[in-house]
Write a protein that binds this ligand. Structure first.
Ligand code: CU1
Ligand code: ZN
Length: 191
């Protein structure tokens, strides 16, 4: 409940601001992921890996942090020390992008997206959350690839842990190359 209260307070603050003289500042738009960009969590080169990616803007920052996968984005977002510092985040709409090389035009607000977990597709770090702007697209993906639908609010550290351990099914990285496994061992939050 506490988690819900803060966004509501922020929203009403924004609405109040909208009634005043000055327009509320628009949220920074998603930025293209460039060839040399590396993941803020694991350091991997983002464009070299398949699956939906993420970006997060910290409060008062104009440049986003970028993530190799929705999995690493949420691993970052759901750290208690980050949760309060993040302004907003974006994920690829899988319905509007190819899984192998998601297009930068296909970023949608992470908090409004609907997610499929436990499906049979692989992202950069093994299993990753398949993100969609529309629930109907998520449902169609689930029918083809299995798994279950979750909302942004339902994603927490516990769910990410169960996904990472394969407890919800899905491909968690049987074919993961050795060096990638090593990456995970030394995975650090550089924040
Ligand atoms: Cu990675
Ligand atoms: Zn990563």
């Amino acid at each position: 409940m506490k988690k819900l209260l803060l966004p509501l307070l922020l929203m009403s603050a924004l609405l109040l601001a909208a009634c005043g003289e000055s327009e509320p500042e628009a949220l920074a738009a998603a930025q293209p992921i460039e060839a040399g960009d590396s993941c803020h969590v694991c350091g991997m080169l983002i464009t070299e890996h398949p699956g939906p990616k993420g970006e997060a803007f910290m409060e008062k920052q104009s440049e986003p942090l970028k993530f190799c996968s929705t999995m690493d984005l949420f691993a970052f977002l759901k750290q208690p020390e980050n949760e309060t510092q993040v302004s907003h985040a974006y994920v690829h709409d899988v319905a509007a992008a190819s899984w192998a090389t998601p297009d930068d035009e296909a970023f949608v607000p992470a908090s409004e997206a609907i997610y499929v977990v436990g499906h049979d597709q692989r992202g950069a770090m093994g299993h990753t959350l398949a993100s969609f702007a529309d629930e109907a697209d998520a449902e169609a993906f689930r029918e083809e690839h299995g798994g279950e639908l979750v909302t942004f609010a339902e994603i927490d550290i516990d769910l990410l842990g169960r996904l990472g351990r394969g407890e919800l099914g899905g491909d968690i990285g049987g074919g993961m190359p050795m060096e990638m496994g090593d990456d995970m061992e030394g995975m650090q939050h550089s924040q």
